[in-house]
Ligand binder design. Sequence first.
Ligand code: SAM
Length: 288
Amino acid sequence: MPWISNPKNTVDIIKKYNFTLSKKYGQNFLIDSNILDMIVAAADIKEDDTVLEIGPGLGSLTQRLASKAKKVVAIEIDKLLIPILNETLSEYNNIVVLNEDILKTDIGEIIDKYAEAGSIKVVANLPYYITTPIVMKLLEGHYPVESITVMVQKEVAERMQAVAGSKDYGALSIAVAYYCAVYMVGVISPNCFIPKPKVESAVIKLVLGEKCLKAVDEKMLFKIIRASFNQRRKTLQNGLLNSPELNLNKESIVQVFKEMGLERNIRGETLELRDFIELADKLLIKES
Ligand code: SAM
């Protein structure tokens, strides 16, 4: 089977299997070999590496990843794609296809079972309807993953890189800043997909590793961050007080704000990661 990666081969496979692309699963298949090469190059796959691919689709990216890595574990939710992948990937003996939902599956178990000696890298053209939950699961799971190179909506890539005070800044920007360094690889036109998505896309690379800023209790940090951004129009104090996840009284919040020199009516979107960490560490002792 030749590499898929062009409009003709993609359409031929879809026709051969009478496959109907599913909107529900965010199926926009890549048909541009330059973009597939760009993703693989950015992921910097070494011959000992294990790649975890989310949503292989017809297998166009999977084929290229398998030609570089020691092993590729591809997790695909759509059972109708499994017989297609069996054919398109039949020439590779280093690919494991799992018919599972990435949000429900135990990623740690998959890594334990399949990872080889080298690094573990996540590479994917992500289904856009669940980009944030997938990225958050990968980050919060503390898996031994070295990097995550993924196609996302351009707007989501911008949110990942946003700085305090900007319109795109939110819980995702802070989570990404907390866990990793983020690099923009390139902006991708809708013309590179079948069917064309309504939005522009971008490839980003997240490199995980030791960060110098750490919260005493990570769970508390993210409760505070969610409380700050779930109710964007509220002041930070009200967001913290009304959060169903936190058990703080007004006095403690006011006292910590004073200690940190924060204005009473400040909003969460103006705080940087280091402020959120300080706030979380201080409020941790006040929580009843
Ligand atoms: N990698 C292929 C490509 O680039 O042409 C397909 C990418 S397409 C944007 C997203 C893929 O993710 C689809 O194959 C879709 O069926 C799969 N998918 C959607 N939701 C999923 C989930 N929860 N778990 C695993 N795969 C999922």
